[in-house]
Design a protein around this ligand. Structure first.
Ligand code: FAD
Length: 475
């Protein structure tokens, strides 16, 4: 008998689960799915606007190359020829400091120097004070002390980075680097959840600089990066939206219900009842891929403790992209970051899109994206497009100097889109996933749990679909 799966939410997580099920159905698995999506389009935060040769990302503009799962998916979707890499010849990132853009030194992986050689670059950098430079060098000699200071449980990113390199490094580069990705207040973010590889390195080597120098896994990455083999970011020529669009082509259209928010889910016998404004239907399983706030409300009647474990802080993002027709003087590089709480700009970051991905503009075109996060984004959620665009342009000009009038502007608001994995997140998720498994026939997908990046979401959605089919063999 054909098993039916309800997929709640049609962002990248829900669409990937549906696509994987559709592929397996096409290969003979007795399975079908219904994707319930509250809005009028699929993709959620993944949205690409293409106009007049410009490829404008409203949400993610690619993914980190280190994690293979989105690239593998692109390959299976026949998009290999569309895969592009960030233009690492200009891989510079700036930090706004005293009203000026100061380049981050080369050879850093987040706020950690990639080995001893990178320390010379730090010494030469105007970004750090003499004390911070000394702290970077001294970290190597503190290996045993650092090992001894490892806390038994989880700790915040702020505490971890400060133990190794001091507060200045945390404030100048740690906080802005993580703030844009993890909705991050670094004093709350869990180091185990968001900087796992560094925690491992600390356990083995004490010093992170020494660890980066000696760890074979990271050394291999370093070699391939130096050889230019692995760019930092990967994307698709047509934008990350192409991933969703290609998958949607393979999902039977009768599986998709747009503008159909799920109002309730309840376990009944071996299956699940799923309610929308149109009525209640029975399914063999539910893949909950709505934002964690929504998922929490839907799970609460079935398991209050699980819902409590899903209470998670999140920050909003507001994006304004400006396309320019003519020449534009910008510093070479991918863009700039603003330390949170800076009095010098309300922005969290600015991306020089065509310098990061040259394929994103028509000949001669330029593209700059402004990104508000934290408090500034929350304050702007209720503002109109024009007001947001005006403020974003004014803030960009404060940093970059005079800019010409754009030929196109795209504004998007993403309320509570960046969940914050707080200290203890991994333990809470272990308990949550054990409870969810015990309920049976329900999977939690999406960015609230085991990673916020596209590769993580793709990995988990595909795994859930495969698990479901393996548990319900056709013959
Ligand atoms: C500005 C920005 C930039 C980013 N940049 C990057 C990047 O460069 N690289 C990267 O890897 N990641 C990036 N991320 C993170 C990444 O984009 C997200 O984590 C990811 O897209 C989330 O996908 P999702 O499917 O979990 O959730 P969503 O995209 O939020 O999808 C959830 C869907 O559920 C629907 N829904 C809500 N309520 C209901 C309901 N009751 N019933 C049915 N459906 C419902 C929503 O309408 C939505 O479509 C970025 C995020 C933001 C905000």
């Amino acid at each position: 008998m054909t098993k039916r799966v309800a997929i709640v939410g049609g962002g990248i997580a829900g669409v990937t689960a549906a696509w994987q099920l559709a592929r397996m159905a096409a290969e003979g698995a007795a399975v079908e799915a219904v994707v319930f999506e509250a809005s009028e389009r699929l993709g959620g935060i993944v949205e690409t606007v293409r106009r007049d040769g410009f490829v404008i990302e409203c949400g993610p503009d690619g993914w980190v190359t280190d994690k293979p799962w989105a690239r593998e998916l692109a390959g299976e979707l026949g998009l290999t020829a569309e895969i592009i890499s960030s233009n690492d010849a200009t891989r510079k990132t700036y930090v706004l400091q005293d009203g000026k853009l100061v380049v981050m030194p080369d050879g850093m992986r987040m706020m950690v120097p990639k080995g001893m050689a990178a320390l010379d670059g730090i010494d030469a950098s105007p970004l750090f004070s003499a004390e911070a430079k000394t702290a970077f060098r001294a970290e190597v000699g503190r290996a045993e002390e650092l090992k001894a200071s490892i806390p038994i449980g989880d700790e915040s990113v702020a505490s971890f980075v400060a133990r190794h390199f001091g507060m200045e490094v945390l404030e100048k580069i740690g906080a802005p680097l993580l703030g844009g990705v993890f909705g991050g207040d670094v004093t709350k973010l869990s180091v185990r959840a968001v900087m796992g590889p560094f925690v491992k390195l600390e356990r083995e080597f004490g010093s992170l600089v020494l660890g980066m120098e000696r760890s074979s896994e990271l050394a291999n990455q370093r070699v391939s990066e130096l050889a230019g083999a692995a760019a930092l970011f990967t994307s698709l020529r047509g934008g990350s939206g192409a991933l969703v669009e290609r998958m949607v082509e393979e999902i039977p259209s009768e599986w998709v219900r747009l503008e159909c928010p799920v109002a309730g889910v309840a376990k009944k016998g071996d299956g699940w009842m799923v309610s929308t404004a149109g009525g209640t239907q029975q399914f063999g399983a539910v893949m909950m891929a709505a934002p964690v706030d929504v998922a929490r409300r839907l799970i609460a009647p079935s398991d209050e403790r699980a819902a409590a474990l899903m209470e998670i802080e999140a920050t909003s993002a507001v994006v304004a992209a400006f396309a320019f027709a003519g020449p534009l003087e910008l510093p070479p590089g991918f863009g700039f970051l603003v330390p949170p709480g800076s009095q010098e700009s309300r922005l969290l970051a600015g991306t020089f899109v065509d310098q990061k991905y040259p394929a994103r503009v028509p000949k001669g075109g330029r593209l700059v994206r402004a990104f508000f996060g934290g408090k500034a984004a929350d304050e702007l959620l209720g503002a109109g497009d024009e007001e947001i665009a005006g403020l974003a342009m004014a803030e960009l000009q404060r940093v970059l100097g005079r800019l010409p009038a754009p030929v196109m502007t795209v504004v998007r608001r993403w309320p509570r889109a960046l969940p914050q994995y707080a200290v203890g997140h991994l333990e809470r998720m272990a308990e949550l996933f054990a409870r969810v498994e015990a309920m049976g026939g329900i999977w939690l997908l999406g960015n609230g749990y085991r990673g916020v990046g596209l590769p993580d979401l793709v990995r988990d959605a595909r795994a859930a679909a495969r698990e479901f089919v393996a548990a319900h063999p056709s013959r």
